[in-house]
Design a protein around this ligand. Structure first.
Ligand code: FAD
Ligand code: SF4
Length: 508
């Protein structure tokens, strides 16, 4: 039967079984849509990255003999809505079947279900053949549990896929080497430049302007640096193994003004668009390690693999276990607006200036910058989780709701009350100073809690605990903070300082 097959912008999986054989009855459909550029205000590099990767994917299909319809954003026929375009194409070209791969986003899942009911042709949904587990796996795995312990899930994945395993035991005797991976970065000579394949993207940038797509952040039109093909993405894995892996774990949590990427892989965009599968990334890294054990320690490799088959896979499972309710959770009932400097980087707080500044420049910040600088501050300042989600969903090149919202609302804002994490990730200047060189160049003083130059993180930290005592005091992992607070001599002055900062959030 004459079949229309939809491929979403984050389903660029060349290895999908759909493409195993040519079928003259099948037409593939990819679309650049205002619907997708407009559901949140995205970073310009994110929109460009997606469109470019989709165009390359469409070319690849064509070169391999498949039939493709590709709608550019400004095509006359493009109705800018996923459903409207599909309905029109089916009617116009008399398709008898419509097929799609299960989307990873709840929003699109609903839209495609609704559309399927409306269509008068046969509809079939396929697995996207990307993740290690099916959508509902994690929900069943933790049936009846309030907290979903990532480590338990991670170990099950290691066993199931036989990664770094010796039978049923971890290959090197231990499951987790996290405690070895917490160093401050001090040696600029170790730095290597990120792997880039620069391209000129001025045509797409002009298209976005013509079509009045509102974006945030900056772009160098002549030197776009994110991978947009499978070949480029594979190149990033090799580069990561050879140049970055030896220090990946050691400096995983470090933040440094002189380098936006340090030893991070920059693979999230390639994986989230499915140009790469998580399993192939992990298996390549594991293989590399087997033949380079003198240069690369197990702590580096295990740390990296845990991020992917552990955290990434787990977040996706939490998303499908908890949506749609998850999107409106607000455990602390936080209500404030995000301060203006999240959109400009213009603040006297050096840590936020750098973490936000590089996000605007590169559409990228690494995990600890997202968690312990921008996320930490938003939580301490009591920002509404909707505001925080909107920002993270827009600004990062790798931000797709299934992985953004679970990290932001869950891990970073504790708005789920403790499904993803066992306690809120908050800290004073102490942690930021321990892991970065940000405090050295700051207007504020990391050691002060009160006064004009007092670091805002310090008083806001105690304010956070004081105002949320009812929700948190019973948590056994937090008791210590409340005992300290109770004994604090200058408690009133510190809380007053925090109140002042909260009243003047935009001026910090
Ligand atoms: P590396 O440090 O090189 O790590 C390797 C890979 O591990 C990443 O590519 C990623 O696929 C995976 N990974 C690591 N940590 C996580 C995690 N917590 N959850 C899921 N995967 C993880 N990641 C996204 O892909 N999209 C998001 O929208 C996103 N939003 C985040 C929001 C907040 C508030 C926080 C704290 C984290 C968020 N993360 C998100 C997770 C993490 O920060 C990024 O995956 C990582 O920074 C991407 O850079 P990298 O590829 O260089 O990662
Ligand atoms: Fe950030 Fe405070 Fe350090 Fe300044 S002193 S960089 S505001 S933690």
């Amino acid at each position: 039967a004459k079949t229309l097959r939809l491929i979403l912008g984050d389903q660029l999986n060349q290895k999908h079984s759909w493409f195993d054989r040519l079928d003259s009855d099948v037409t593939y459909l990819l679309m650049e849509l205002k619907q997708e550029t407009g559901y949140v205000r995205h970073h310009i590099q994110k929109v460009v990255g997606f469109f470019l990767a989709m165009r390359h994917f469409s070319d690849w299909l064509g070169e391999n003999g498949h039939q493709v319809v590709y709608y550019r954003l400004d095509d006359q026929e493009n109705k800018q809505s996923l459903s409207e375009n599909i309905k029109w194409l089916i009617a116009e070209h008399r398709f008898e079947r419509f097929e799609y791969q299960l989307p990873d986003e709840y929003r699109l899942d609903q839209q495609l279900r609704d559309l399927s009911k409306e269509l008068e042709v046969d509809v079939k949904a396929f697995d996207a053949e990307h993740f290690l587990t099916e959508r509902g796996y994690l929900k069943d795995f933790f049936k009846g549990k309030k907290t979903y312990l990532m480590e338990t899930f991670y170990r099950a994945m290691r066993k199931q896929y036989n990664i770094l395993m010796d039978g049923d035991e971890p290959l090197t005797g231990k499951w987790n080497y996290d405690h070895e991976n917490r160093n401050k970065f001090k040696d600029p000579l170790l730095l290597v430049p990120p792997k880039v394949n620069y391209k000129d993207v001025s045509e797409i940038v002009a298209l976005l302007q013509d079509m009045e797509v509102e974006t945030i952040g900056k772009i160098d039109e002549k030197q776009f640096s994110w991978p947009v093909t499978r070949a480029e993405s594979l190149g990033l894995i090799t580069y990561f193994c050879e140049k970055l892996l030896p220090y990946f774990g050691v400096y995983q949590d470090a933040m440094y003004t002189g380098d936006a990427f340090l030893f991070h892989s920059r693979l999230s965009f390639a994986m989230n668009t499915k140009m790469l599968s998580p399993l192939e990334v992990v298996e390549q890294v594991e293989q590399y390690w087997y033949s380079h054990q003198e240069e690369v320690s197990i702590a580096q490799v295990e740390g990296f693999i845990r991020q992917i088959i552990g955290w990434r896979e787990y977040m996706r499972g939490v998303y499908w276990a908890k949506m749609p309710d998850y999107a409106s959770l607000n455990f602390f009932d936080h209500q404030r607006k995000l301060p203006n400097y999240y959109w400009t980087g213009k603040t006297k707080m050096n840590c936020l200036k750098h973490a936000i500044g590089q996000s605007l420049d590169h559409s990228y910040a690494h995990h600890i910058q997202r968690l312990m600088v921008t996320g930490n501050f938003a939580l301490l300042a009591g920002i509404h989780p909707d505001e925080v989600d909107t920002w993270y969903l827009g600004i990062y090149i790798d931000a797709i709701e299934w992985v953004e919202i679970t990290n932001t609302r869950g891990m970073s804002q504790f708005a789920d009350g403790g499904i993803v994490g066992t306690k809120p990730y908050v800290s004073s200047a102490n942690y930021i100073d321990k892991m970065s060189n940000y405090c050295e160049g700051c207007f504020y003083k990391k050691n002060l809690k009160v006064g004009e130059k007092a670091c805002p993180f310090n008083s806001l930290y105690w304010h956070f605990y004081a105002r949320n005592e009812a929700q948190l005091a019973k948590n056994p992992r937090i008791g210590m903070a409340y005992r300290t607070l109770a004994k604090m001599k200058d408690k009133e002055a510190i809380l007053k300082q925090a109140d002042y900062y909260l009243d003047h959030l935009d001026d910090l």
